[in-house]
Design a binder for this molecule. Structure first.
Ligand code: NAD
Length: 497
């Protein structure tokens, strides 16, 4: 493995200045004084210590967010000013793009080069897209009938109002981007935010908070509390003064957060797990389908909620497509994401590495065969890109979210078979169809039970297209105009005139 390349001096300096967390206008330690370590998964090396906050810290952050929402300059700010501030934040993210990409690399393990063009660029684009919404939040006028008051005259209209204090809890696979998916619509609509980044990946969120202050956000509009899910996350999701929770993470934790939210009727958006199918019809361009299916599963080490982790190929193409994907996988260069020639980084942690290896080993013991990979690699928490055949459609390899570079490939005969297999899942986040037959694609799209369907591409996201899940993949949508609805309440007004 090539020696890691160096970081920008400002990235190194940020990591070394022992980050504290932002509550109101103050950079603070946890009230308990406790810290938690942050590691580089490519080397296992200790990177920094961040505050390990508990209920008291979360309460302070929620109170700061409430105060900012109720009676600060923020609540009086006009939409145009909110638009300009959000645009300014996007400019600062762009200015610091390389630094943020390096933070994602050393904290998550992903390639810095990919993080620059994907995670950071998508964050910039998304913040700018949402900035435009600040001036386009609209109600409607309604011509009411009022049958019980035939002589009366009325003026009816609706208004959309910011929902209030938003508690945002995110996963570690795209730390900056997931934070921006929450922050963009919240700040465009006039909400205030308490963000709890993932235990493993707090660094880019802390830098984002610095940038928000530099952009000119009033104190308390954006707060970050670092800590564990069990303590800080649970305290935020149970806090009675949070008006909306927005969560990205596993379905299991999403259910806990959903139950906590219902105690106080807190509004909620849940972006959860997936087990998304890639379906290759026999007329598809074989080279494009094989390359596309490989990227669908191996991008970000397979740690993508909508990764194409189940591959269904029409039988006469099955051996060729699977062989081509295995050949792509076998050539992938694993290593430290600071090396621009590296194509696959480590998994986030040793725990995740062992979890992924456990699925592979149990699957093999149950009769599944390896087409390639199936081994761990180190130092660091690597798993070689893996393709598995002969797995049971009803077994854990096919039904459970592994969240690693593991593709399970299964042949099918007819399009009806493909649809039945694709929909045979508790999840419903994304699906891709690879074909040159437009009519077949159009017939299949309405029958696939997932929030996104891609044709001849996979995991292709745009700020303007809503993203979210059917079934156990979640509730609500992020991105697009749909996101704005989730950060606003609708108020109906009727005036007797
Ligand atoms: P996770 O559910 O373990 O953790 C996510 C966040 O929840 C972390 O910040 C964690 O600290 C917090 N948390 C954990 N326990 C909590 C509790 N009891 N109360 C409140 N908060 C708690 O998920 P993960 O392992 O970090 O991320 C992987 C999962 O995220 C996968 O299932 C993946 O599919 C999903 N994901 C979904 C999307 C999407 O948009 N649908 C995007 C990215 C990741």
């Amino acid at each position: 493995m090539q020696a890691p390349l160096s970081l920008l001096p400002q990235t190194q300096a940020f990591i070394e200045r022992a980050p504290t967390m932002l509550i109101g206008d103050a950079w603070v330690h946890a009230a308990s004084g406790a810290n938690m370590p942050v590691h580089n998964p490519a080397t296992g090396a200790h990177l920094a210590d961040v505050p390990k906050s508990g209920a008291e810290d979360v309460d302070r952050a929620v109170r700061a967010a409430r105060q900012a929402f109720d009676d600060s300059a923020w609540s009086r700010m006009r939409p145009r000013e909110r638009q300009n501030l959000l645009w300014r934040l996007a400019d600062l993210v762009e200015r610091d793009a390389q630094m943020l990409a390096e933070l994602e690399c050393v904290n998550n393990g992903k390639s810095a080069q990919v993080a620059r063009v994907m995670d950071v660029q998508l964050s910039i684009d998304f913040l700018r897209y949402m900035a435009g919404f600040a001036t386009k939040i609209e109600g409607s006028t309604v011509d009411v009938s009022m049958p019980l008051m035939p002589e009366g005259q009325f003026h009816g209209y609706t208004r959309r109002e910011a929902v209030g204090v938003v508690g945002a809890i995110v996963a570690w696979n795209f730390p900056l981007l997931l934070a921006c998916w929450k922050l963009g619509p919240a700040l465009a609509t006039g909400c205030t935010v308490v963000l709890k980044p993932a235990d493993e990946t707090p660094l880019s969120a802390l830098r984002l908070a610095e940038l928000a202050l530099e952009a000119g956000y009033p104190p308390g509009v954006f707060n970050v509390v670092t800590g564990t899910g069990a303590e800080a996350g649970a305290a935020l999701s149970h806090h009675p003064d949070v008006d909306k929770l927005t969560f990205t993470g596993s379905t299991e934790v999403g259910k806990l957060i959903g139950k906590a939210a219902m105690e106080s009727m807190t509004r909620i958006t849940l972006e959860l797990g997936g087990k998304s199918p890639t379906i290759v019809l026999d007329d598809a361009d074989p080279a494009a389908a094989a390359a596309g299916a490989a990227t669908a599963i191996f991008f970000n080490q397979g740690q993508v909620c909508c990764a194409g982790s189940r591959l269904y190929v029409q039988r006469k193409r099955f051996d060729n497509i699977v062989g081509d994907i295995a050949s792509i996988a076998s050539r992938m260069k694993l290593g430290n994401g600071l090396d621009p020639s590296v194509e696959m980084g480590p998994l986030i942690s040793q725990k995740q590495q062992q979890r992924v290896m456990g699925y592979i080993e149990r699957g093999r013991a149950a009769g599944a065969q390896l087409a390639c990979g199936g081994e761990q690699y180190g130092p660091g928490y690597f798993v070689k890109p893996t393709v598995i055949v002969d797995a049971d459609q009803k077994g854990p390899l096919v039904q459970e979210e592994i969240f690693g570079p593991v593709l399970v490939a299964i042949p099918f005969d007819t399009i009806d078979d493909a649809l039945r297999l694709a929909n045979d899942s508790r999840y419903g986040l994304g699906a891709s169809i690879w074909t040159n037959n437009l009519a077949a694609a159009h017939r299949m799209i309405p029958k696939i039970k997932s929030g996104s369907v891609w044709v001849n591409c996979h995991s292709a996201l745009d700020p303007s297209l809503p993203f979210g899940g059917y079934r156990m993949s979640g509730l609500g949508r992020e991105m697009g105009a749909a996101a704005i609805e989730h950060y606003t309440e609708i108020k109906s007004v009727l005036m007797s005139i």
